[in-house]
Design a protein around this ligand. Structure first.
Ligand code: NDP
Length: 272
């Protein structure tokens, strides 16, 4: 698996999404995933599973420095009053003294970007995280974040072959920032699309593998699919064993439209 570099951060191009992966079963699955080659876990305060993610890391027996742990600050916690306390609580739950990457989960219309990013910078200065980034930020919001001098290493957004993210991607790459594709399988709803079915047949791969391979073939893109099933976790790791032709990359890219989201906005996107 290749790594995506942004500033000094080296991020595995495929991570494990952990939304709804929780409890003892979740911790065991995470430990197994780390054993099979995953090295990056995507958690969030909102998923209420940081303790289980921390247990999974411990159970796996992997050295701490070999696991890239990410968590995200809940949008209700990104103001000055709650930000750092909430990160301290996340670290307690994770049983870690730092995470590798800390994100603002969603911008909050009631908190100026300069305030929330200022807190993110403080979290890094205190050693709570090695790197910082954002999620669900539009271009104007990223510009506002960068204007504070923050080294933003990623913007995590919904991205898959049905949603057109070319503008944001081009902008981020121009700034040396990676783009992390969440819901890379459209929460499973991408599967069954006739073009994925036909390419799966052509490459003798699963539809999920075609969809994920398409994503990680983009410059600076990281994908974080979730599966609650060991076999499918292994299957999703298999995307580094083959490549799609340029023509098929283009054909899949031509399916996208700007509005094909599967994930609801936490706040209305109109506020900005
Ligand atoms: P995904 O697009 O990853 O899809 C998950 C679904 O796909 C599950 O139902 C899973 O089923 C199925 N699936 C996974 N692999 C396969 C496979 N090989 N074959 C068939 N089905 C498969 O959805 P998510 O929304 O969970 O996105 C991934 C991660 O992104 C989240 O878990 C979270 O970490 C992050 N995220 C971040 C957001 C943000 O605002 N920053 C918003 C949303 C997600 P099964 O479990 O049965 O395998």
């Amino acid at each position: 698996m290749h790594k995506v570099t942004s500033f000094n951060a080296e991020i595995p191009a495929l991570g494990m999404g952990t939304y709804t992966i929780n409890g003892n079963r979740g911790a065991q699955l995470i430990a197994k995933a780390l054993g099979m080659g995953y090295a990056y876990l995507d958690s969030a305060q909102m998923y209420d599973n940081e303790a289980d993610v921390g247990k999974g890391v411990k159970l796996s027996g992997q050295p701490r420095e070999d696991v890239f742990v990410l968590t995200k600050v809940h949008p209700e916690n990104i103001g000055k009053k709650d930000f750092l306390n909430s990160v301290e609580e996340s670290l307690r739950k994770l049983s870690l003294d730092h995470v590798d990457l800390l994100l603002i989960h969603w911008p909050n219309p009631n908190v100026p970007v300069v305030e929330s990013v200022g807190e993110l910078i403080k979290a890094k200065e205190r050693g709570y995280t090695r790197f910082i980034g954002v999620s669900n930020f539009n271009i104007a919001q990223i510009n506002a974040a960068l204007a504070t001098g923050a080294e933003i290493v990623t913007n995590q957004v919904e991205f898959h072959c049905l949603i057109d993210q070319r503008k944001v991607h081009e902008f981020l790459r121009g700034k040396g920032i990676s783009m992390t594709a969440y819901s890379p399988l459209g929460q499973g709803r991408l599967l069954g699309h006739p073009m994925l079915a036909s390419l799966a047949k052509k490459y003798d791969r699963s539809q999920a593998q075609i969809a994920l391979r398409w994503l990680v073939a983009h410059d600076g893109v990281i994908a974080i699919p979730r599966s609650s099933n060991e076999n499918r976790l292994t299957e999703n790791l298999g995307i580094f064993e083959f490549e799609l032709s340029e023509q098929d990359m283009k054909a899949l890219g031509s399916l996208s439209t700007p509005s094909q989201r599967f994930v609801d906005w936490y706040y209305s996107p109109q506020w900005d």
